[in-house]
Ligand binder design. Sequence first.
Ligand code: ISE
Length: 345
Amino acid sequence: MGEVRVAVLGVGAMGADHVARLATRTAGARVVVVSDLVTERAEHVAASVPGCRVVADPLDAIADPEVDAVLLATPGAAHEKQLVACLELRRPVLCEKPLTTDVASALDVVTREVALGSRLIQVGFMRRFDDEYVALESLLDSGDLGRPLLLHCVHRNATAAPGFDAAMILRDSLVHEIDVTRFLFGEEIAAVQIITPTPNPGAPIGVRDPLIALLRTESGRHVDVELFVTTGVGYEVRTEVVGERGSAMIGLDVGLVRRSTTGRWGGQIPAGFRERFARAYDTQLQRWVDAVRSGAGTDDQVDGPCAWDGYAAAAVCAAAVESLETGERVAVRLADRGMLSGAGG
Ligand code: ISE
């Protein structure tokens, strides 16, 4: 395959970022079609890319004869239908999380992909492409820390979008730590409990923020996550693994440390996830495009988290939302992966 001709569906902030990334920083790809519910937004983004057209209906965009692959940055509720269309037409697709908005439809998508016998769906858990997470995973693989035993995560946002409630903190923010846990520990999460401490007075009325999530993996490892999305400070994501022979931490933001004439020293806190993970998003897209090109005509056009990873994360999120309501530890209900032989991975 020469250049991969991509349709980007959903060109809000994230989708528009991906269009710019594909157009200016990704080798071997070209954005040929964009689609968005808001026509003016689609037209504005299309105008920034030579040769790019607007196709109003997302399903028409997927089926467009000029399109080789699809990037989904539409709202989660639209994903199921769009993913099914991609599978039916055998279009490789990079899908921003969530895979779908509920566990049953996520499993249905996984099952359909398995039935095709091809790996076409990649899920946008971009942290797996971040240099620091990759370094942490390599350290664990090297065995230098011995067996990893504990994972401590901090996930803080300065502000949350209007309407963001506690369940969304779990589905939108915790979901990344769920994927990080599965990525670093290489096993599924078996149970989850959500603890609701005294809320931040600065959080919108009725929104329980911060939250603490306690995860337990299948082999019994413990993971704790602080989720705090109205800190007013900046984007802070820290991850510490404690092993048999030491510990390791990432996310300390120790890039440039400046000493100034005011007698202060310090660095910069990224404003948000798009700044913090900018390079990871670039790497993710380049690797996806490379996988689509080199995998053309084969059964594997994915290089990164797959449909199963999206489904497994959705199953843990569902258990977390249940625990938010009851306060109890909730077991994660996962399908038997062995029965779905070939399901990603
Ligand atoms: C957002 O959707 C993300 O994906 C960010 O990584 C996360 O930090 C934020 O809390 C979510 O709302």
